[in-house]
Design a protein around this ligand. Structure first.
Ligand SMILES: NC(=O)c1ccc[n+]([C@@H]2O[C@H](COP(=O)([O-])OP(=O)(O)OC[C@H]3O[C@@H](n4cnc5c(N)ncnc54)[C@H](OP(=O)(O)O)[C@@H]3O)[C@@H](O)[C@H]2O)c1
Length: 214
């Protein structure tokens, strides 16, 4: 599968490398230093390239959308249309405050994912990967299947969710379904699944039963 990565920091870089190792083609984009992304792609090997956000979207069967939340509009402006594309939103809707804490950038009543869906209304949005540090995935893929990290997925598009579930497996995680996109708030800070660095699938199912009743 061709995966275009928009936002190639901790999250984008880690997932891009894992997916390239699993045999997917990845294109890194969205940086103030395009040379850094060229070097990154070269280090990973023949399954990785770099380009502009528009090139990454054009190349992609699936887009990994991983900019900082305060750069979401700029990233979308540089990308252009994402109509019809499966887009995995990894963002948490926060910026850094002056005292070093985090400041929420959308109202408590709405998730970051729903806010992003409004900014790319025809994208097939899937929320995932916002609830743990990316390095935990690098550790997860080294472990036996039953000990691997549980990765929540929420979307209103069931077919898109199935494709992302396979990508989660390819990247060393174990997908579990959190239902519709409005449930994305459960995996964004401060949701009950927002700090899931050690979450196994058994624990995820128990917690989902308590929160969603299934
Ligand atoms: N890190 C985590 O533990 C974690 C976990 C789950 C979800 N998330 C979410 O996933 C998203 C990505 O997080 P991240 O940790 O990967 O972020 P990050 O490491 O800060 O990466 C963001 C990238 O954006 C690029 N960028 C492009 N234009 C920029 C500009 N004008 N100003 C600043 N940076 C610019 C930077 O690349 P250059 O420096 O090359 O310009 C940077 O590498 C965020 O929304 C975050 O909330 C993070």
């Amino acid at each position: 599968m061709n995966i275009g990565i928009i936002g190639s920091g901790n999250v984008g870089r880690t997932l891009g490398e894992l997916w390239a190792k699993a045999g997917h083609q990845v294109m890194f984009s969205f940086s103030r230093h395009p040379q850094r992304l060229q070097t990154l792609a070269k280090q990973i090997g023949s399954n990785a390239t770099s380009g502009t956000p528009a090139e990454a979207a054009n190349f992609a069967d699936v887009v990994l959308f991983a900019p900082n939340f305060w750069l979401v509009q700029e990233a979308i402006a540089q990308t252009g249309s994402l109509a019809g594309k499966i887009v995995i939103d990894t963002t948490n809707p926060y910026r850094w405050g002056e005292n070093g804490g985090i400041v929420r950038m959308v109202s408590e009543a709405v998730s970051g994912a729903e806010t992003i869906q409004k900014l790319m209304p025809r994208a097939r949005l899937v929320k995932a990967y916002s609830s743990f540090q990316p390095k935990t995935l690098q550790q997860s893929i080294e472990r036996p299947l039953e000990q691997r990290l549980a990765v929540a997925i929420a979307s209103d598009d069931e077919a898109a969710k199935a494709i992302v579930a396979q990508l989660v497996k390819d990247g060393g995680g174990r997908p579990f379904d959190l239902g519709a996109l409005q449930n994305a708030r459960l995996m964004e800070i401060p949701g009950v699944f927002s700090s899931s660095d050690t979450l196994t699938l058994d624990a995820a199912f128990k917690q989902r039963q308590q929160v969603l009743g299934y």
